[in-house]
Structure formats: structure tokens, C-alpha cells
Design a protein around this ligand. Structure first.
Ligand SMILES: Nc1ncnc2c1ncn2[C@@H]1O[C@H](COP(=O)(O)OP(=O)(O)OP(=O)(O)O)[C@@H](O)[C@H]1O
Ligand SMILES: [Mg+2]
Length: 345
């Protein structure tokens, strides 16, 4: 079975998780066996996707046939990653190291990498026809795609080389470096043997080398074949992120992205029916929304023109869409979105 992987990216708070759920539901409704990998969904959305027990393991939805969901959790993923790629004793030492937590939870790249690994595992399970991947907020945009390369660099030794000055240092080298006067001074300032513990951690991570250098390459290949959905709003910050990402996309993917402007206002709001009998407050309100609606249309047109990209829009729903019916209806009301194309690629 070749899965159609749909990667949903974009800036913070633009609607990635909501649209991932809606796309997954739509695919399942069309009879496609679908898995949605979601990141930190709001409570009610999580319930709609997987019931109360949405967790790291995919579970079938009790209400929607053909839909499965799982939650991406970088920390759990990283435990799996080291257990998968390092010998058991080294894996145990890594997991106990204080820097493991930092690696697993604090760096955007490593969170994004963990999501990529999970995606790859589920892709290899060969169980689903459609895999919808919601990307971690910190990695929205290009960070998600460059994370495997970053990981390969880290494990491949750039940082280790930087710290130790040699290509493949042995343990002895690490200790002799840690003994250098300047590092001893650093240790006395930062806390005893801190640098040595960092070095040791990196050395242990180095034993995962084969796994953690081949795997990123596989993940990158899967990214290249995937369909990318870039979600944005007409607000300056997400729009800038979407544009940056769109420009760099050809370096990480082969297919052009689907661009969705989310939470758009109705076009009719551009020309509100202004009645002389209207209260000044209502009139003022309508005119302000008219300005916003015009700005949104302009922003979308400009994006489409500048990047020669077909864009689509998803209307702003009066109530945050969290249940399956509302999510399906939201996507059906999208304008310019080629759902057939998106789900059949
Ligand atoms: N079309 C829409 N109409 C109305 N509300 C929406 C729409 N799309 C998303 N929302 C609401 O906007 C909020 C942010 O959406 P969501 O959590 O999906 O964004 P996100 O990009 O995943 O955010 P984060 O970057 O924090 O993960 C939520 O409250 C969601 O219900
Ligand atoms: Mg989200």
C-alpha cells in the first residue's frame, strides 16, 4: 500500500491542527483508511478524533469508520528513537542523562525530528492509505523539513567535532579534553564535570550513528514525495512565515504545496449594506469588518500573484469547529481547494 502523506504546516495558531483533523475526516468519509497524527489538540478536538484516550498509539475512531488518530509526543518518541538506534545499555544511559530531557523536549529541531520519525514508522507499517501529519508549532514551516538533516549533522559529529576537535573521538580523548585548564575553569563556574557529562552524552548519542544518519535520509525522501499543505491567515506574521516556507519548499519537496488561507471573512462583507437608519456604532463596526475583509482578499491575491501559487480559503466559522460534522462542513465550504486532488495524490 502506498500511503498518501499530507503534511500540514504553517505558523503558530493558524489552524494546522483543526485542518489536519478536517482533512483526515474528509479522507475517511471517502472510504480511505486514514491516520491523523496530531500535536497537542484542544480538548474537544482530541475527543472528536480519538475519544478520551488519544495517545501515542493509533486508535480507531469509535464514531467515524476508517479514521485513526494518534498524538505526537516528542518525549515518548525520543525514548523510542534511542531504544531503536542504540544498544540497550547505551540507550538506558542516554535516557538517564540530564541532557536527554533537553534534547527530547526543548529543541524545536529535535521535536520536529521526532515527529518525522513517527511519521516514518507509521508509513512503514503500511496500514493506512492516507497519513495526515500535523506539524509541531515550534517547527511550523521549513523547520519540520530540515530537522532530519540537522539530526544527521548532530549525530554525524559536527557538534562532537567542535567540542573535541577530532573526527571520531574515543572516550579517552573526551576525558583529556575535559581536563584542559580552560574547561576545568568552565566546570568550576558551571558546576562540576558539566562539560564532561555533555561530552559523554554526545559520545553515547554517537553510538546511534548508523540508525540516526540513515533514518533522516529516508524521512527526507518521504517528505519529498509528500503533499504539503501550508496554512496561513492574512495576518502579517503567519503570512511572512508561509511566504518564506513557500519559497524554500522546492528544496525539500517535489510537489507544489496547497496554500490555504484560513479563517477568512465572507466576501460580501467588503460591501456591507449601509442603511442611513443604522446606529453609528453598527455602521462603524460594519465598515471596520469591511476593511478587514478587503485586506484578506488583497493579501491572498498578492500571495497568489507573487509566488504564482494557486491559493484557497477556508471561511471563519462562527463557532470553533471541533466535532466531526462541523469539521467536515468547514472543509466543504472551502473555496478554491482541490480536495479530490489533495486526497488522490
Ligand atoms: N476556520 C476556522 N474558523 C473558526 N475557528 C477556527 C478555524 N480554524 C481554526 N480555528 C480555531 O483557531 C484556533 C487555533 O486553531 P488550531 O489549534 O488548529 O491552530 P494550530 O495552527 O494548530 O495552532 P498551534 O500552532 O498552537 O498548534 C482554535 O481555537 C480553532 O478552533
Ligand atoms: Mg496545533
Amino acid at each position: 500500500m502506498t500511503s498518501n502523506v499530507i503534511l500540514v504546516t504553517g505558523g503558530g495558531g493558524v489552524g494546522k491542527t483543526t485542518l489536519s483533523a478536517a482533512i483526515g475526516l474528509t479522507a475517511a468519509e471517502r472510504g480511505l483508511r486514514t491516520l491523523v497524527l496530531t500535536v497537542d489538540p484542544a480538548r474537544r478536538l482530541a475527543d472528536a478524533l480519538g475519544g478520551a484516550g488519544l495517545g501515542a498509539e493509533p486508535r480507531p475512531n469509535e464514531v467515524v469508520p476508517g479514521l485513526w488518530a494518534a498524538m505526537l509526543d516528542a518525549e515518548t518518541s525520543w525514548h523510542n528513537i534511542v531504544r531503536r538506534h542504540a544498544p540497550p545499555d547505551v540507550a538506558a544511559r542516554l535516557e538517564e542523562n540530564e541532557f536527554f530531557d533537553a534534547l527530547a523536549t526543548r529543541f524545536p529541531s529535535s521535536q520536529a525530528y521526532a515527529a518525522g520519525e513517527e511519521m516514518m514508522n507509521f508509513l512503514e507499517a503500511d496500514t493506512w492509505e492516507v497519513l495526515v501529519v500535523d506539524t509541531p508549532p515550534s517547527a511550523g514551516g521549513i523547520g519540520f523539513f530540515t530537522a532530519p538533516g540537522d539530526m544527521r549533522d548532530l549525530v554525524g559529529g559536527r557538534l562532537i567535532r567542535f567540542l573535541t576537535g577530532s573526527r571520531l573521538p574515543g572516550r579517552k580523548t573526551v576525558y583529556s579534553i575535559a581536563g584542559r585548564p580552560i574547561l576545568r575553569l568552565a566546570d568550576s563556574v558551571l558546576g562540576s564535570d558539566l562539560l564532561e557529562r555533555v561530552a559523554e552524552f554526545l559520545m553515547d548519542l554517537r553510538t546511534t550513528h548508523d540508525g540516526l544518519t540513515k533514518r533522516p535520509t529516508k524521512i527526507e525522501r518521504a517528505f519529498k514525495r509528500a503533499t504539503t499543505v501550508v496554512v496561513t491567515t492574512a495576518q502579517p506574521t503567519p503570512l511572512r512565515e508561509a511566504a518564506q516556507f513557500y519559497r524554500r519548499l522546492p528544496t525539500v519537496a517535489t510537489k507544489p504545496a496547497t496554500v490555504i488561507f484560513n479563517r477568512t471573512l465572507p466576501e460580501a462583507w467588503v460591501d456591507p449594506p449601509l442603511d442611513p437608519a443604522m446606529s453609528p456604532a453598527l455602521r462603524h463596526n460594519l465598515l471596520r469588518w469591511s476593511t478587514e475583509a478587503r485586506h484578506q482578499i488583497e493579501a491572498q491575491r498578492e500571495f497568489a500573484e507573487r509566488y504564482n501559487a494557486p491559493t484557497s480559503s477556508v471561511p471563519w466559522q462562527p463557532v470553533a469547529p471541533t466535532d466531526p460534522d462541523a469539521l467536515l462542513a468547514m472543509l466543504k465550504s472551502a473555496q478554491g481547494l482541490d480536495l479530490d486532488g489533495l486526497l488522490s495524490r
